[in-house]
Write a protein that binds this ligand. Structure first.
Ligand code: F6R
Length: 367
C-alpha cells in the first residue's frame, strides 16, 4: 500500500532514510570498520583485483559512475563504468584479475545479465549489487551485496538508487580498509559520516514543500538542463533522467565544464538550468568554478536553480534547494533527493501518473 502517500514513488522517496539505514545495517561498525561477511567473494580474491568494471543501465549506471570516484580515490584501483548493453560489443579488456560489478535493482535486467555472463566467460569475478533477493543476476554472479531497500514499486528508481550508492560506498571503504589503500584519516572520517547519512537524508526530505512550490511555478517548461562537476555530474544526469521519464520534459544532464564547449549555445532567456553545487568548504576550487558558470548562465538570461549546501553563497541563483553539508563523495546521497522531488512534483503539477510513466516497464527483461 501507499501508506497514506499520493503515489508509490512519493512513499519510496520518503522511505529513503530507512532504506539507507537497512543497507548499512550490520555492515558498518561504530568504529568505522566495514564488514561484508556475506559477500561470497574471498578477501584473497579481492586482494588480487587490478581493475574494476562496473556494468549497469539507466539510473543504476549513474550510481556506478558515482562509485567510480570513491573506488578510485579510496582503493587506488582503476575503474571503468560501462552501460551494460555496450559492454560486450566493444571487446572490453577483462581478465581473471578484473572485478566486474553489476548494479541492478531488479536483478533481472537482460542487458546487465548478458554483460554478467560475458564477464564470467572472460574469467572475471562478478559481484552483483542488487535489491531483489534471489534474482537472476545475483544467482549467476560470484558474490552479491544486497541493498535491502525493500520492494520498489514505482517505475522510476529512487530508494533503489540511493541504496546502490550506499552499497558501493560500503564496498569502497571495505576494499580500502582491507588493502590498506587511500588516506586512512579520510577513510575513517567517511565511514563515520556514512553512519549519519540516514538522518541527513531525512532533513533533505523536510524541504519537499519548497520544491513542490517551485515545480508548480514551472509546469509549462519544455526543457531543463542539469549540470554538475565531479560526482555532481552523474547526479545531474540522474536528475535529467527522472525529469524525462516522469514529467516528459526534455532534459539533459552534462558536466558543467562542458558548457563552454558547446551547450552554452542553448542558453537563452528563461532557459532553466539546475546546478549541482560542489561544497564551498570541502571543494572550494570546484565551487568557485561553478559560481562563474552560474554567472555565464545568468548573463544570458538563464534561470538557475541551485542544489547546494545550507548557507552556500550561490544565492545569485534564482532558487537554492538546500542539503546539509557533507564530504564530496557522500554528497550524491543528499543532492539526488531534491532532483527526485523536483521531477515528481513537476509531473504531479502536469497531472501525470508518476508511478507508471508511459512506455516504461519496471524491469526491462529484453535486450
Ligand atoms: C530510472 C530507472 C531505470 C533503471 C534501469 C536499470 O528511474 O528506474 O533507468 O535504473 O532500467 O534497472 P535495474 O536496476 O533493475 O537493472
Amino acid at each position: 500500500t501507499k501508506d497514506g502517500h499520493s503515489s508509490f514513488m512519493a512513499k519510496e522517496i520518503h522511505e529513503q532514510p530507512e532504506a539507507v539505514r537497512r543497507t548499512l545495517s550490520g555492515r558498518l561498525g561504530s568504529d568505522g570498520a566495514v564488514s561484508l561477511g556475506e559477500l561470497g567473494i574471498s578477501d584473497k580474491a579481492l586482494a588480487r583485483i587490478q581493475k574494476i568494471v562496473i556494468v549497469a543501465c539507466g539510473t543504476a549506471s549513474y550510481g556506478g559512475q558515482i562509485a567510480k570516484y570513491a573506488l578510485e580515490r579510496w582503493c587506488r584501483i582503476p575503474v571503468e563504468v560501462d552501460l551494460a548493453h555496450e559492454f560486450r560489443y566493444r571487446s572490453p579488456l577483462v581478465d581473471d584479475r578484473t572485478l566486474v560489478i553489476a548494479i541492478s535493482q531488479s536483478g533481472e535486467t537482460m542487458d546487465t545479465l548478458m554483460a554478467v555472463r560475458y564477464a564470467r566467460e572472460q574469467g572475471a569475478t562478478v559481484l552483483a549489487i542488487c535489491n531483489t533477493v534471489g534474482a537472476t543476476i545475483p544467482r549467476e554472479a560470484d558474490g552479491v551485496l544486497y541493498t535491502h531497500a525493500g520492494p520498489e514499486v514505482a517505475v522510476a528508481s529512487t530508494k533503489a538508487f540511493l541504496t546502490q550508492v550506499t552499497a558501493t560506498l560500503l564496498l569502497a571503504l571495505y576494499l580500502a580498509q582491507m588493502r590498506g589503500s587511500g588516506d586512512p584519516t579520510e577513510i575513517s572520517a567517511a565511514a563515520r559520516e556514512l553512519a549519519g547519512i540516514p538522518g541527513r537524508v531525512q532533513s533533505v526530505l523536510a524541504g519537499a514543500g519548497q520544491i513542490e512550490a517551485l515545480a508548480a511555478s514551472m509546469a509549462d517548461v519544455t526543457s531543463v538542463l542539469f549540470i554538475g562537476r565531479h560526482v555532481g555530474h552523474p547526479v545531474a544526469m540522474e536528475g535529467a533522467l527522472k525529469l524525462k521519464e516522469l514529467a516528459y520534459i526534455h532534459a539533459e544532464g552534462f558536466a558543467a565544464g562542458e558548457l563552454k564547449h558547446g551547450p552554452i549555445a542553448l542558453i537563452e532567456p528563461g532557459q532553466a538550468v539546475v546546478v549541482i553545487m560542489p561544497s564551498p568548504a570541502a571543494s572550494p576550487v570546484l565551487h568557485a568554478k561553478m559560481m562563474s558558470t552560474i554567472q555565464e548562465i545568468k548573463a544570458r538570461g538563464g534561470r538557475v536553480i541551485a542544489v547546494g549546501e545550507e548557507g552556500d553563497a550561490a544565492t545569485t541563483a534564482d532558487a537554492l534547494l538546500t542539503v546539509p553539508a557533507s564530504s564530496p563523495l557522500l554528497a550524491p546521497l543528499l543532492t539526488a533527493i531534491p532532483l527526485q522531488l523536483f521531477a515528481a512534483s513537476l509531473a504531479g503539477a502536469k497531472g501525470l501518473d508518476i508511478d507508471q510513466p508511459r512506455n516504461l516497464a519496471k524491469s526491462v527483461t529484453v535486450e
